[in-house]
Design a protein around this ligand. Structure first.
Ligand code: C2E
Ligand code: MN
Ligand code: MN
Length: 439
């Protein structure tokens, strides 16, 4: 093993540690591995990067340590390397000193260490100066890698190449055909939430727009709180109107409301129910989406409004879960029918270990509580592949359909490109799924 002459190196201003896990794209022989490690060593030593590479025959766990920029740049290159897939960043942190100072890259085939990583020869070279060993996050991650508890779900994540996107006939009517246009103060765009396991549209979310099609901020900004709440509630009449014109079938309409609109407007729930009735819809076809901020600061009044919504048969979703406000405090105080995980968490989830751990915990928690989980803001197929393997069935995002002003957009459904009756993920193939489109 070649040694790097440590004294000649300047100490980097910030010493960065990065750990990722990945899956070999093909079977690797011992010769392949030694070639990979040799090349990594040569590349790393010139950049003062050191580290360790664990391999279990299929998956890698690599730790890189060195100057921050060098580690970042190297990781970007590594992540783009076609020889491995499903590259997930598990840890990025800063450290006072190197754990693997002696070598550009040390390779450990963990199949040769059945005793695990406490094996003296390995542990002896580990974590110089870290105290105590067991409290070290990188070391714990290595142990978790060896223990393999993560393997089951990692194996479920299907490859993007096994999927293509395709449309199929829409069950909805075109709103323009079905009724007169629009109110003056606002319009609505509809965006589908789809169940990709069952191949059906679960709900349509109504998103408010200006008469010119501008954003919710443009519609809602600049209004005094009282007027804002009244306007928000009253605007829903147009969302309900649009929903009845496109024909909901068995899917639901999701509307966004500031929680205080339900509290500060007298008889808010009764008005909403009357509005629903006037459009020929039923309360159980409507979901009210709320975010945490206002709800939690006026929780007592808000929970009274929730009671009335529930009693009327309207269901409730927590929106933007995991963004900004904690989310957990609302979830601990009342349990909604549905929880929508915010795009901030969903975006890039297939590459991000901490977010994956959070989403797994959310899914687990919601399963225990009987709450449906929606992933919002899905933009790339890799995100969907991961979320699906984590047990999520409901999705919303530009990948499948952007919001469409005054109507329902065409939906791009993920369709299996594999032949054979069923994929390992249990996702229905198109011909089966088509049978369950709402009438
Ligand atoms: P939201 O309820 O979380 O709605 C989803 C937002 O994410 C929408 O933005 C939608 O266009 C956007 N979106 C959906 N899929 C993707 C994606 O894949 N990538 C990205 N980058 N964005 C995606 P929009 O329509 O601008 O609405 C923003 C927010 O305004 C909504 O977030 C909601 O909180 C609020 N809002 C919308 N309509 C109303 C309303 O009638 N009343 C109230 N109080 N708030 C509303
Ligand atoms: Mn929403
Ligand atoms: Mn949201």
């Amino acid at each position: 093993m070649r040694r790097v002459s440590a004294p000649s190196r300047p100490r980097p201003a910030v010493l960065s540690t990065l750990i990722y896990r990945s899956r070999a794209s093909e079977q690797l022989t011992a010769a392949d591995l030694s070639r990979i490690v040799k090349a990594a060593r040569a590349r790393n030593e010139g950049r003062w990067v050191t580290g360790i590479l664990l391999f279990d025959g299929e998956y890698f766990l690599q730790m890189l340590e060195g100057p921050d920029e060098a580690v970042q740049a190297l990781y970007e290159r590594i992540a783009a390397d076609a020889r491995h897939v499903q590259v997930v960043r598990l840890l990025q942190d800063y450290a006072p000193l190197r754990r693997f100072p002696e070598c550009g890259m040390r390779m450990v085939d963990i199949r040769e260490h059945p005793e695990g990583l406490m094996d003296a020869s390995l542990a002896g070279g580990l974590l110089r100066g870290a105290d105590p060993l067991a409290d070290d996050r990188p070391f714990k991650l290595m142990q978790a890698f060896v223990a393999g508890g993560w393997r089951g779900q990692a194996a479920e994540v299907s490859l993007p190449a096994h999927w293509r996107l395709g449309t199929r006939p829409s069950p909805f009517l075109q709103a323009a055909d079905a009724g007169p246009a629009i109110a003056s103060a606002c319009r609505f765009a509809l965006q589908p939430v789809i169940n990709t396991r069952l191949g059906r549209v679960s709900s349509l979310e109504a998103l408010i727009r200006t008469p010119e099609g501008g954003s919710p901020q443009e519609v809602l900004a600049g209004r005094a709180p009282d007027e804002l709440h009244r306007f928000d509630l009253a605007s829903k009449t147009h969302a309900l109107d649009l929903a009845s014109r496109v024909g909901l079938g068995s899917c639901k309409l999701a509307i966004n409301l500031l929680p205080m609109a339900l509290v500060s407007v007298p008889d808010a729930v009764d008005r909403l129910v009357a509005d629903i009735d006037r459009r020929g819809l039923r309360p159980h076809q409507v979901v009210v989406e709320i975010t945490e901020n206002e709800a939690i600061s006026h929780f007592h009044a808000f929970s009274e409004a929730l009671k009335r919504l529930r009693a009327a048969g309207i269901s409730i979703a927590i929106d933007d879960f995991g963004a900004g406000f904690a989310g957990l405090s609302l979830l601990s105080k009342f349990q909604p029918d549905k929880l929508k995980i915010d795009r901030q968490i969903v975006s890039g989830i297939h590459r991000d270990g901490p977010r994956q751990a959070i989403v797994r915990a959310i899914v687990d928690c919601c399963r225990s509580l009987g709450i449906a989980v929606v992933a919002e803001g899905v933009e790339v197929i890799e995100e969907w592949c991961w979320l699906q393997a984590a047990g999520i069935d409901l999705f919303q995002g530009f990948l499948f359909a952007p919001p469409r002003l005054d109507g329902v957009p065409d939906i791009q459904w993920p369709l299996s490109t594999r032949t054979g009756p069923e994929t390992s993920t249990g996702v229905l193939r198109w011909p089966d799924a088509a049978a369950t489109v709402p009438a």
